[in-house]
Write a protein that binds this ligand. Sequence first.
Ligand SMILES: *[C@@H]1O[C@H](CO)[C@@H](O)[C@H](O)[C@H]1NC(C)=O
Length: 294
Amino acid sequence: MKMKPNFTPLLLLLLLFFLLFNTTTPSSITDFVYAGCSPLKYTPGTPYQASVNSLLTSIANSAIILPYNQFTSTGPMPSSAPSSFGVYQCRGDLSVSDCQSCIQSSLTQIGSLCPFAVGASLQLLGCFIRYDNSSFVGAQDKGLVLKRCGGSVANNGGGDYGAQREGVLTGIVSGTGTYRVAGRGGGGAVQGEAQCEGDMDAKTCGDCLGDAVGTLRSACGDAVSGEVYLVKCYARYWATGAYARSDAHDYSPSSDVASKTWAIVLGIIAGVALIIVFLSFLRQACCSHGHGKM
Ligand SMILES: *[C@@H]1O[C@H](CO)[C@@H](O)[C@H](O)[C@H]1NC(C)=O
């Protein structure tokens, strides 16, 4: 009698494995949003480089305790290199440790994204850093950096989604503070969040977010999600549960951590199961040799 090794459970498990890792890797505060580099470069080894390096070190040290800070650097003491100016900011709902790891990730990336750039900015999903050789702190800048809309809302028959989205956008504009959320909790279909750079006063922030939301309204018509990043502020909305972007989780402050933990646990379970099936497959394959297969 011939024993054919049975591949079905192995294939099923492999499939499960891929599905798991496709669906559980997404939500990460370190997902890339945009980067911008000045066309001007500095010469390596010049005092300005020392100034920038010292600035980035200050950012790394500060992010251990604060969600936002700004710095002016003239290089390590006692030098007086050309000044560089920098800010960093974490999304308002991040824990201190998430903030720190997000900034750490930004700092390791910005040098390779913008090598020797006189000025650079990097926005990840959970945090932002920027430096330049002229000060931009406190200044308004509503220049459009990034505009992205999800697909159209399917089956928008009752117009309820549109109404809820409008409620969320209005909530963002009429909100207060540099970090604003709308539509969270309460089982609404739409959620949103917005943030101004921490150096902006209430009026400047409201003005910036007014523009960002206006662009969301006009550009993302009936889109299921949208995000608009201006230089000094951003606003985004998304459908609760229907993830238009991999990261658009239903917010709870620790969901990034929770979903990662899940991914790891499920990954380990799937891995162990895979090994067991693979071993039993090997046994089957080995022992069917004895039965005179050609
Ligand atoms: C910034 O750097 C560029 C290039 O080195 C230089 O032309 C410009 O004058 C600098 N601006 C300031 C404010 O130092």
